[in-house]
Design a protein around this ligand. Sequence first.
Ligand SMILES: Nc1ncnc2c1ncn2[C@@H]1O[C@H](COP(=O)(O)OP(=O)(O)OP(=O)(O)O)[C@@H](O)[C@H]1O
Length: 240
Amino acid sequence: MSQYVLRLDDVHTDIGEYQVLHGITFNVPEGGVHVLLGRNGAGKTTTLRTIMGLWRARSGAVVFKHHDITSMHTSDIARLGIAYVPENMGIFGGLTVQENMRLATTSGKFDDGRLGHVFELFPAMEKFWSKPAWSLSGGQKQMLAISRAIIEKRELILIDEPTKGLAPSIIRSMIAAFEEISRDCTILLVEQNFLFASSLGRNVNVIDDGRIAHGGSMEELAGDKELQTRLLSLSLDAHQ
Ligand SMILES: Nc1ncnc2c1ncn2[C@@H]1O[C@H](COP(=O)(O)OP(=O)(O)OP(=O)(O)O)[C@@H](O)[C@H]1O
């Protein structure tokens, strides 16, 4: 049995006439948080969208557990147990917190235990249950986006830059929530905030110009300033 929940093998993705991913290969081990880092425009979001079938890989393979999902439709990929929290969060401002979360369920019904777990992680979701999503703060909107992803059991959650624009105190509470969520499923996290990423990530891949520039343990990268500067200087300068 594979110990990887996700494998990308030599994935090439074009957007229009531009080749964006030039042969991405990496494995995501089961459990914990796996981080994708890289400069602006490196291809991190394109990688997540390719996994979800929102962009089509021109060649190469995306394998989730034992399923080759390279050419599957996004809805079928989601049904296999992958959730995606995009950078723009994908929530509906005119709907209430409850309605947003109900839309993320497959049956339209909530599992009480699961909902209780979400409320424990993010008490604001219970407090603002009947409020429209537009009225939430930036941090609460991000919590709602993540709550939608975990309202049913998932094997893998892809999350794109969840801390962007958030205050340090909110980011600290996000770290605790992510640690809890990753006990139950694997998280593939795209981040520019290295402090957040390094406090959560077990393993890391760095993408540069649509290629994997580095792969290894987060402990190694966090302890090697020279390696960080070489691989990430532009994005660290821009976001710390
Ligand atoms: N819809 C699009 N049309 C054309 N080019 C695009 C589109 N989306 C992304 N690109 C280009 O693809 C490249 C990779 O973009 P991508 O969003 O994957 O990078 P990223 O690593 O997620 O960067 P960021 O941290 O800035 O979000 C960039 O050069 C970007 O300009």
